[in-house]
Design a protein around this ligand. Structure first.
Ligand code: PMP
Length: 376
Protein backbone atom coordinates (compact mmCIF):
# COMPACT_ATOMS: atom_id res chain seq x y z
CA UNK A 1 0.00 0.00 0.00
CA UNK A 2 1.25 3.49 -0.81
CA UNK A 3 0.89 6.47 1.48
CA UNK A 4 -1.49 9.27 0.58
CA UNK A 5 0.55 12.42 -0.17
CA UNK A 6 -0.46 14.97 2.47
CA UNK A 7 2.44 17.43 2.44
CA UNK A 8 5.58 17.98 0.37
CA UNK A 9 8.05 15.75 2.18
CA UNK A 10 11.63 16.63 3.13
CA UNK A 11 13.90 13.60 2.77
CA UNK A 12 14.81 13.66 6.46
CA UNK A 13 13.96 10.93 8.95
CA UNK A 14 13.80 12.46 12.44
CA UNK A 15 14.22 9.70 14.99
CA UNK A 16 15.02 11.54 18.23
CA UNK A 17 14.44 14.88 19.90
CA UNK A 18 15.52 16.72 23.02
CA UNK A 19 14.36 20.22 23.92
CA UNK A 20 14.76 22.40 20.83
CA UNK A 21 16.97 19.88 19.04
CA UNK A 22 16.06 16.92 16.85
CA UNK A 23 18.25 14.25 15.25
CA UNK A 24 17.91 12.26 12.05
CA UNK A 25 18.69 8.57 11.53
CA UNK A 26 22.27 9.46 10.53
CA UNK A 27 22.84 11.35 13.79
CA UNK A 28 22.72 14.84 12.24
CA UNK A 29 21.53 17.48 14.71
CA UNK A 30 18.88 20.03 13.70
CA UNK A 31 17.60 23.09 15.52
CA UNK A 32 13.81 22.91 15.56
CA UNK A 33 12.23 26.35 15.21
CA UNK A 34 9.04 24.90 13.72
CA UNK A 35 7.95 22.58 16.52
CA UNK A 36 5.91 20.48 14.11
CA UNK A 37 3.79 23.56 13.33
CA UNK A 38 3.56 25.11 16.81
CA UNK A 39 2.81 21.76 18.43
CA UNK A 40 5.97 21.36 20.52
CA UNK A 41 5.42 23.82 23.35
CA UNK A 42 7.67 22.53 26.15
CA UNK A 43 10.39 20.91 24.02
CA UNK A 44 10.87 17.39 22.71
CA UNK A 45 10.98 14.55 25.27
CA UNK A 46 10.71 16.87 28.25
CA UNK A 47 11.55 14.56 31.23
CA UNK A 48 8.53 15.57 33.35
CA UNK A 49 6.21 15.09 30.36
CA UNK A 50 7.66 11.68 29.49
CA UNK A 51 7.40 10.49 33.11
CA UNK A 52 3.82 11.69 33.54
CA UNK A 53 2.69 9.97 30.36
CA UNK A 54 4.61 6.81 31.17
CA UNK A 55 3.18 6.65 34.71
CA UNK A 56 -0.33 7.20 33.36
CA UNK A 57 0.08 4.53 30.70
CA UNK A 58 1.07 2.04 33.37
CA UNK A 59 -2.13 2.85 35.29
CA UNK A 60 -4.74 3.31 32.55
CA UNK A 61 -4.54 5.01 29.16
CA UNK A 62 -8.18 5.04 28.13
CA UNK A 63 -11.50 3.89 29.40
CA UNK A 64 -14.58 5.81 28.35
CA UNK A 65 -16.24 9.17 28.70
CA UNK A 66 -19.11 7.56 30.59
CA UNK A 67 -17.15 7.53 33.84
CA UNK A 68 -15.75 10.21 36.06
CA UNK A 69 -12.19 11.14 35.07
CA UNK A 70 -10.67 13.32 37.82
CA UNK A 71 -7.75 14.17 35.51
CA UNK A 72 -10.19 16.16 33.33
CA UNK A 73 -11.20 18.28 36.32
CA UNK A 74 -7.57 18.81 37.29
CA UNK A 75 -6.78 19.91 33.74
CA UNK A 76 -9.72 22.33 33.71
CA UNK A 77 -8.68 23.80 37.06
CA UNK A 78 -5.05 24.25 36.06
CA UNK A 79 -5.98 25.70 32.67
CA UNK A 80 -8.40 28.13 34.34
CA UNK A 81 -5.72 29.26 36.75
CA UNK A 82 -2.94 29.74 34.18
CA UNK A 83 -5.15 31.36 31.52
CA UNK A 84 -7.05 33.51 34.01
CA UNK A 85 -10.37 32.17 32.66
CA UNK A 86 -11.38 30.41 35.85
CA UNK A 87 -15.13 30.80 35.32
CA UNK A 88 -15.11 29.14 31.85
CA UNK A 89 -16.14 25.55 31.10
CA UNK A 90 -13.73 23.19 29.34
CA UNK A 91 -14.78 20.73 26.62
CA UNK A 92 -12.05 18.35 25.51
CA UNK A 93 -11.60 16.94 22.01
CA UNK A 94 -8.70 15.85 19.82
CA UNK A 95 -7.64 18.51 17.32
CA UNK A 96 -7.89 22.12 16.29
CA UNK A 97 -10.44 21.49 13.56
CA UNK A 98 -12.64 19.58 15.98
CA UNK A 99 -12.36 22.39 18.52
CA UNK A 100 -13.46 24.99 15.96
CA UNK A 101 -16.21 22.72 14.69
CA UNK A 102 -17.64 22.52 18.20
CA UNK A 103 -17.17 26.24 18.84
CA UNK A 104 -19.16 27.20 15.73
CA UNK A 105 -21.85 24.67 16.49
CA UNK A 106 -22.18 25.75 20.10
CA UNK A 107 -22.44 29.41 19.08
CA UNK A 108 -25.33 28.53 16.80
CA UNK A 109 -27.02 26.41 19.50
CA UNK A 110 -26.67 29.39 21.83
CA UNK A 111 -28.24 32.14 19.72
CA UNK A 112 -30.15 30.08 17.17
CA UNK A 113 -28.55 32.00 14.30
CA UNK A 114 -26.66 30.69 11.26
CA UNK A 115 -24.34 33.25 9.69
CA UNK A 116 -20.64 33.28 10.51
CA UNK A 117 -18.08 36.00 9.82
CA UNK A 118 -14.59 34.76 8.95
CA UNK A 119 -11.60 36.58 7.46
CA UNK A 120 -9.51 36.51 4.31
CA UNK A 121 -6.42 34.27 4.62
CA UNK A 122 -7.82 32.54 7.70
CA UNK A 123 -7.11 28.91 8.50
CA UNK A 124 -9.38 27.04 10.92
CA UNK A 125 -9.06 23.37 9.94
CA UNK A 126 -10.17 20.75 7.44
CA UNK A 127 -13.41 19.27 8.80
CA UNK A 128 -16.72 20.42 7.31
CA UNK A 129 -17.51 23.59 9.25
CA UNK A 130 -13.88 24.42 9.96
CA UNK A 131 -13.03 24.24 6.26
CA UNK A 132 -16.07 26.33 5.38
CA UNK A 133 -14.67 29.23 7.45
CA UNK A 134 -11.16 28.72 6.03
CA UNK A 135 -10.20 31.00 3.16
CA UNK A 136 -8.80 28.40 0.79
CA UNK A 137 -11.29 27.25 -1.87
CA UNK A 138 -8.88 24.47 -2.92
CA UNK A 139 -9.60 22.50 0.27
CA UNK A 140 -13.39 22.99 0.25
CA UNK A 141 -15.20 20.05 -1.39
CA UNK A 142 -18.66 20.71 -2.83
CA UNK A 143 -20.22 18.91 0.14
CA UNK A 144 -18.47 21.32 2.55
CA UNK A 145 -19.83 24.46 0.93
CA UNK A 146 -22.00 26.55 3.17
CA UNK A 147 -23.69 29.77 2.26
CA UNK A 148 -23.71 30.82 5.88
CA UNK A 149 -20.13 32.09 5.86
CA UNK A 150 -19.23 35.68 5.01
CA UNK A 151 -15.54 36.37 4.42
CA UNK A 152 -14.36 39.89 5.24
CA UNK A 153 -11.07 41.62 4.56
CA UNK A 154 -8.63 41.43 7.47
CA UNK A 155 -8.96 44.22 10.04
CA UNK A 156 -11.54 46.21 8.09
CA UNK A 157 -13.86 47.80 10.69
CA UNK A 158 -16.19 49.36 8.13
CA UNK A 159 -16.85 46.02 6.41
CA UNK A 160 -17.43 44.45 9.81
CA UNK A 161 -19.98 47.07 10.89
CA UNK A 162 -21.80 46.88 7.58
CA UNK A 163 -22.06 43.07 7.73
CA UNK A 164 -23.45 43.18 11.27
CA UNK A 165 -26.01 45.75 10.16
CA UNK A 166 -27.14 43.64 7.17
CA UNK A 167 -27.10 40.07 8.52
CA UNK A 168 -28.12 38.09 11.58
CA UNK A 169 -24.66 37.03 12.74
CA UNK A 170 -24.27 33.95 14.91
CA UNK A 171 -20.53 34.17 15.43
CA UNK A 172 -17.25 35.74 14.38
CA UNK A 173 -14.25 33.41 14.22
CA UNK A 174 -10.80 35.00 14.22
CA UNK A 175 -7.19 34.03 14.89
CA UNK A 176 -5.54 36.62 17.16
CA UNK A 177 -2.56 36.22 14.86
CA UNK A 178 -3.14 34.50 11.53
CA UNK A 179 -0.67 31.63 11.31
CA UNK A 180 -1.05 29.85 7.98
CA UNK A 181 -2.03 33.26 6.54
CA UNK A 182 1.54 34.50 7.07
CA UNK A 183 1.70 35.77 10.69
CA UNK A 184 -0.70 38.69 10.53
CA UNK A 185 -1.29 40.27 13.94
CA UNK A 186 -4.88 41.43 14.47
CA UNK A 187 -4.85 45.06 15.60
CA UNK A 188 -6.02 45.42 19.20
CA UNK A 189 -8.66 47.97 18.16
CA UNK A 190 -10.10 45.50 15.62
CA UNK A 191 -10.51 42.77 18.24
CA UNK A 192 -12.19 45.29 20.53
CA UNK A 193 -14.53 46.26 17.71
CA UNK A 194 -15.51 42.61 17.20
CA UNK A 195 -16.14 42.33 20.93
CA UNK A 196 -18.47 45.33 21.02
CA UNK A 197 -20.37 44.34 17.85
CA UNK A 198 -20.84 40.79 19.16
CA UNK A 199 -22.14 42.23 22.44
CA UNK A 200 -24.54 44.54 20.63
CA UNK A 201 -25.92 41.82 18.33
CA UNK A 202 -26.02 38.77 20.59
CA UNK A 203 -23.27 37.15 18.51
CA UNK A 204 -20.52 34.86 19.76
CA UNK A 205 -16.85 35.86 19.62
CA UNK A 206 -14.77 32.76 18.81
CA UNK A 207 -11.05 33.21 19.38
CA UNK A 208 -9.22 30.57 17.36
CA UNK A 209 -6.19 30.11 19.58
CA UNK A 210 -5.05 26.82 18.08
CA UNK A 211 -1.77 28.28 16.79
CA UNK A 212 -1.45 31.65 18.55
CA UNK A 213 -2.67 30.48 21.97
CA UNK A 214 -1.23 28.55 24.87
CA UNK A 215 1.41 31.07 25.89
CA UNK A 216 3.15 31.29 22.52
CA UNK A 217 2.76 35.07 22.16
CA UNK A 218 3.90 35.91 25.69
CA UNK A 219 0.32 35.99 26.98
CA UNK A 220 -1.84 32.89 27.40
CA UNK A 221 -4.15 33.96 24.56
CA UNK A 222 -3.05 36.50 21.96
CA UNK A 223 -6.54 38.05 22.28
CA UNK A 224 -5.47 39.05 25.82
CA UNK A 225 -3.40 41.85 24.25
CA UNK A 226 -6.74 43.53 23.45
CA UNK A 227 -7.85 43.08 27.08
CA UNK A 228 -11.09 41.44 26.07
CA UNK A 229 -12.69 38.11 26.90
CA UNK A 230 -13.79 35.97 23.98
CA UNK A 231 -16.92 33.87 24.41
CA UNK A 232 -15.19 30.72 23.19
CA UNK A 233 -11.48 29.99 22.78
CA UNK A 234 -10.45 27.00 20.67
CA UNK A 235 -7.14 25.30 21.43
CA UNK A 236 -5.03 22.32 20.31
CA UNK A 237 -1.41 22.13 19.02
CA UNK A 238 0.75 23.22 22.02
CA UNK A 239 -1.82 21.86 24.45
CA UNK A 240 -0.39 18.32 24.31
CA UNK A 241 3.21 18.87 23.12
CA UNK A 242 2.61 16.24 20.43
CA UNK A 243 -0.10 14.17 22.05
CA UNK A 244 -3.38 14.81 20.15
CA UNK A 245 -5.59 16.92 22.38
CA UNK A 246 -7.79 19.90 21.64
CA UNK A 247 -10.51 21.75 23.41
CA UNK A 248 -12.70 24.77 23.74
CA UNK A 249 -13.27 26.89 26.77
CA UNK A 250 -16.72 28.42 27.03
CA UNK A 251 -17.61 31.62 28.86
CA UNK A 252 -20.30 31.46 31.56
CA UNK A 253 -22.52 33.58 29.30
CA UNK A 254 -23.01 30.58 27.00
CA UNK A 255 -24.90 27.69 28.46
CA UNK A 256 -23.50 24.50 26.97
CA UNK A 257 -25.88 21.83 28.08
CA UNK A 258 -25.55 18.09 28.32
CA UNK A 259 -25.66 16.28 24.99
CA UNK A 260 -24.73 19.19 22.71
CA UNK A 261 -21.09 18.17 22.41
CA UNK A 262 -19.31 14.86 22.62
CA UNK A 263 -16.53 12.62 21.33
CA UNK A 264 -15.14 9.15 22.03
CA UNK A 265 -11.48 9.96 22.56
CA UNK A 266 -11.69 13.51 23.92
CA UNK A 267 -10.44 13.87 27.50
CA UNK A 268 -9.03 10.36 27.78
CA UNK A 269 -6.67 9.65 30.65
CA UNK A 270 -3.49 9.81 28.58
CA UNK A 271 -4.47 13.03 26.81
CA UNK A 272 -5.24 14.68 30.15
CA UNK A 273 -1.91 13.53 31.57
CA UNK A 274 -0.17 15.10 28.56
CA UNK A 275 -2.20 18.30 28.95
CA UNK A 276 -1.43 18.54 32.66
CA UNK A 277 2.29 17.87 32.12
CA UNK A 278 2.45 20.72 29.60
CA UNK A 279 0.82 23.19 31.98
CA UNK A 280 2.96 22.04 34.91
CA UNK A 281 6.18 22.59 32.95
CA UNK A 282 4.88 25.88 31.58
CA UNK A 283 4.20 27.13 35.10
CA UNK A 284 7.31 25.72 36.75
CA UNK A 285 9.72 27.03 34.11
CA UNK A 286 7.93 30.34 33.54
CA UNK A 287 7.63 29.60 29.83
CA UNK A 288 5.10 32.30 28.95
CA UNK A 289 7.54 34.93 30.20
CA UNK A 290 10.36 33.24 28.29
CA UNK A 291 8.27 33.36 25.10
CA UNK A 292 7.71 37.09 25.66
CA UNK A 293 11.38 37.83 26.40
CA UNK A 294 13.00 35.73 23.69
CA UNK A 295 10.34 36.74 21.19
CA UNK A 296 11.05 40.44 21.76
CA UNK A 297 14.77 39.76 21.45
CA UNK A 298 14.37 37.86 18.18
CA UNK A 299 11.97 40.40 16.68
CA UNK A 300 14.25 43.32 17.55
CA UNK A 301 17.32 41.56 16.12
CA UNK A 302 15.47 40.52 12.95
CA UNK A 303 14.40 44.11 12.33
CA UNK A 304 18.09 45.00 11.93
CA UNK A 305 18.45 42.86 8.76
CA UNK A 306 18.06 45.12 5.78
CA UNK A 307 17.21 42.35 3.30
CA UNK A 308 14.06 41.46 5.26
CA UNK A 309 10.88 43.11 3.95
CA UNK A 310 8.95 42.90 7.22
CA UNK A 311 9.10 41.18 10.60
CA UNK A 312 5.71 40.41 12.18
CA UNK A 313 4.47 38.63 15.25
CA UNK A 314 4.43 38.47 19.01
CA UNK A 315 6.47 36.33 21.36
CA UNK A 316 7.58 33.11 19.70
CA UNK A 317 5.17 33.36 16.77
CA UNK A 318 7.23 35.26 14.22
CA UNK A 319 6.93 35.80 10.48
CA UNK A 320 9.88 37.01 8.42
CA UNK A 321 8.71 38.29 5.05
CA UNK A 322 11.39 38.27 2.37
CA UNK A 323 11.51 39.69 -1.14
CA UNK A 324 10.31 37.23 -3.82
CA UNK A 325 13.82 36.76 -5.25
CA UNK A 326 15.04 35.33 -1.92
CA UNK A 327 12.93 32.21 -2.25
CA UNK A 328 15.75 29.87 -1.20
CA UNK A 329 16.10 31.01 2.42
CA UNK A 330 13.94 28.36 4.12
CA UNK A 331 15.65 25.54 2.16
CA UNK A 332 19.13 26.91 2.85
CA UNK A 333 18.39 27.20 6.55
CA UNK A 334 17.40 23.52 6.56
CA UNK A 335 19.95 21.95 4.25
CA UNK A 336 22.99 24.21 4.86
CA UNK A 337 22.44 25.15 8.50
CA UNK A 338 20.22 22.31 9.80
CA UNK A 339 17.46 24.59 11.06
CA UNK A 340 13.77 23.72 10.68
CA UNK A 341 11.44 26.67 10.08
CA UNK A 342 7.95 26.97 8.65
CA UNK A 343 6.70 28.89 5.66
CA UNK A 344 3.70 30.84 4.41
CA UNK A 345 2.81 32.65 1.24
CA UNK A 346 4.04 34.85 -0.39
CA UNK A 347 7.62 34.39 0.92
CA UNK A 348 7.36 34.24 4.69
CA UNK A 349 9.60 32.19 6.97
CA UNK A 350 7.66 31.26 10.10
CA UNK A 351 9.22 30.65 13.52
CA UNK A 352 7.13 28.59 15.94
CA UNK A 353 9.71 27.11 18.33
CA UNK A 354 9.19 25.52 21.73
CA UNK A 355 8.49 28.13 24.39
CA UNK A 356 11.64 27.17 26.29
CA UNK A 357 13.93 28.17 23.44
CA UNK A 358 17.17 29.63 24.79
CA UNK A 359 19.13 32.70 23.70
CA UNK A 360 21.98 30.45 22.50
CA UNK A 361 19.65 28.82 19.97
CA UNK A 362 18.08 32.15 19.01
CA UNK A 363 21.59 33.43 18.29
CA UNK A 364 22.47 30.28 16.33
CA UNK A 365 19.48 31.02 14.11
CA UNK A 366 20.34 34.73 13.70
CA UNK A 367 23.89 33.84 12.65
CA UNK A 368 22.68 31.25 10.14
CA UNK A 369 20.15 33.68 8.72
CA UNK A 370 22.84 36.33 8.39
CA UNK A 371 25.04 33.91 6.42
CA UNK A 372 22.09 32.75 4.28
CA UNK A 373 21.05 36.29 3.43
CA UNK A 374 24.64 37.35 2.73
CA UNK A 375 25.03 34.57 0.16
CA UNK A 376 21.59 35.09 -1.41
N1 PMP B 1 -6.77 26.71 13.57
C1 PMP B 1 -5.56 27.22 13.32
C2 PMP B 1 -5.31 28.67 13.57
C3 PMP B 1 -4.54 26.40 12.82
O1 PMP B 1 -3.34 26.92 12.53
C4 PMP B 1 -4.81 25.02 12.61
C5 PMP B 1 -3.75 24.07 12.09
N2 PMP B 1 -2.80 24.60 11.26
C6 PMP B 1 -6.09 24.55 12.89
C7 PMP B 1 -7.05 25.42 13.37
C8 PMP B 1 -6.46 23.10 12.68
O2 PMP B 1 -5.86 22.31 13.64
P1 PMP B 1 -5.74 20.72 13.43
O3 PMP B 1 -4.77 20.49 12.34
O4 PMP B 1 -5.28 20.22 14.78
O5 PMP B 1 -7.10 20.24 13.09
Amino acid sequence: MNLFDVYPINPINIVKGMGSLVYDDKGTEYLDLYGGHAVISIGHTNPHYVKRLEDQLHKIGFYSNSIEIPLQKQLAEKLGKISGKEDYQLFLCNSGAEANENALKLASFYNGKKKVIAFRKSFHGRTSLAVAVTDNPKIVAPVNETHNVIFLPWADETALEKTFAEHEISSVIIEGIQGVGGIQVAPVSFLQKIRSLCDGHNAVYIADSVQCGYGRTGKFFSHDFAEINADIYSMAKGMGNGFPIGGIIISPKIQATYGMLGTTFGGNHLACAAGLAVLEVMEQDNLIQNAADLGSYLIEELKKFNKITEVRGRGLMIGIELPAELSNVKKDLLFKHQIFTGEAKPNVVRLLPALNLTKTYADRFLEALDKTLASS
